[in-house]
Design a protein around this ligand. Structure first.
Ligand code: 5RP
Length: 382
């Protein structure tokens, strides 16, 4: 693989563990002003520092992302249908590679619609996009979209879609989590990144993250489950702790609750016994719940926070959360700075992966539209 392609992928999926947290804010390209993404700049600013890359359209990147604090951009280059139109699968490439390069995109992304009316068009577009992007060393992330047909999200269908995307030359594939997700991962020869889907209760969204990573996903590309949360900073940091610091579900949810309440974080380390990523320097650590109040920040592993040198400068709304400080909230959220969920019982059985060589997945509800609390239009979308 060429240096350019490789190094761009490395800024999306970190080479120390092959994982990444992508923040999805591209929804407006077919949904318009989705709930909590009405003013993209306000949604993006407080949380962008906690992601490794940002999935976005050219319109929003130019209008709403600060070029003085660059973040790797995964640029959506497909579109052409809207939520009120006839068929969401009727997409084409709408943004040129030249413009992607002008924007300084790190990768380009488009949706494919396997089995849909416009399957052929989207797959041929993927082939063309890979041809063109590879000329400039730009990786392509293929999104296995399902349009309004959410029920399609099972292992058989997603394995088919992901594998086709990889066969067409996509360098990374984004898909949905499902039962038997390992089958999807195992039959796809390129890294898989999991979409969050419609809004779930926070613990369920963290379970989805945890189970995806445990099954071998390289990361998440999460949108609504982060920025439609009442506590988007707490949520993205908890997601990050699972992806990069091997937190288990209980640890991540506890971190979410602490950050949402503005409490100092308890230090804890996660553990995955099942992980196909071989190059993680951390290895399988014992699953410790450490009070660890004395160790200075600089000596700790990355626990849901960007490390030094990882775009720490990106501070559009003041400093990052410090111990003892309240979490950053957008002004309109300050009034509601209380978690709406009861503390969880920390002794739940799934909080013992270190005692089980093959831990069962944490209970993840199927990301169904019924479980969601999205804007009305979104209830019928991917
Ligand atoms: C839309 C997309 C979105 O980026 C994707 O669905 C991820 O966002 P969310 O976590 O909200 O589902 O690709 O086609």
């Amino acid at each position: 693989m060429d240096y350019g392609l490789k190094s761009r992928i490395a800024s999306i999926l970190k080479p120390n563990n092959g994982r990444g947290v992508m923040l999805a804010v591209d929804h407006g390209y077919f949904l318009g002003p989705t709930e909590k993404l009405e003013v993209p700049k306000r949604t993006i600013a407080p949380i962008v520092r906690y992601c490794d890359s940002l999935m976005v359209t050219r319109g929003v990147v130019r209008s709403s992302v600060d070029p003085n604090f660059p973040v790797p951009i995964v640029l959506r280059v497909s579109g052409g249908s809207s939520i009120i139109g006839e068929d969401l699968s009727n997409e084409e490439i709408t943004t040129s590679i030249k413009d992607a390069i002008r924007i300084n995109a790190t990768a380009v992304t488009m949706s494919i619609f396997v089995g849909a009316k416009y399957e052929h068009k989207s797959l041929v577009s993927l082939g063309h996009l890979v041809n063109e992007a590879e000329e400039y060393g730009l990786p392509v992330l293929a999104v296995t979209a399902v349009g309004k047909e959410l029920a399609k999200r099972d292992a058989r269908y997603l394995s088919l879609s992901c594998r086709i995307a990889a066969e067409f030359g996509a360098h990374m594939v984004k898909t949905y989590y499902c039962d038997d997700f390992q089958k999807v991962v195992n039959s796809c020869p390129v890294p898989i990144i999991v979409a969050g889907g419609p809004k779930l209760p926070e613990r369920d969204a963290l379970a989805l993250t945890y189970n995806s990573i445990k099954a071998g996903a390289a990361g998440v590309d999460m949108g609504r489950n982060i920025w439609q949360s009442q506590y988007p900073v707490a949520m993205i940091r908890a997601v990050r702790a699972i992806v990069h610091s091997n937190y288990n579900l209980d640890q991540a949810y506890k971190l979410f609750q602490q950050l949402a309440k503005g409490q100092p974080e308890q230090q804890s380390r996660g553990n995955f016994n099942q992980n196909r990523n071989q190059n993680r320097p951390q290895g399988n650590r014992p699953n410790q719940q450490r009070p660890n109040q004395s160790k200075p920040n600089s000596q700790r592993p990355n626990q849901g926070k960007p490390q030094q040198g990882q775009r720490p400068q990106n501070r559009p709304q003041g400093k990052p959360q410090q111990k003892g400080q309240r979490p950053q909230q957008r002004p309109q959220q300050k009034q509601q700075n209380r978690p709406n969920q009861k503390p969880q019982n920390q002794n739940k059985p799934q909080n013992k992966p270190q005692q089980k060589p093959q831990p069962k997945p944490a209970q993840t509800p199927k990301p169904s539209p019924q479980a969601a609390t999205p804007a009305p239009a979104e209830q019928k979308t991917q």
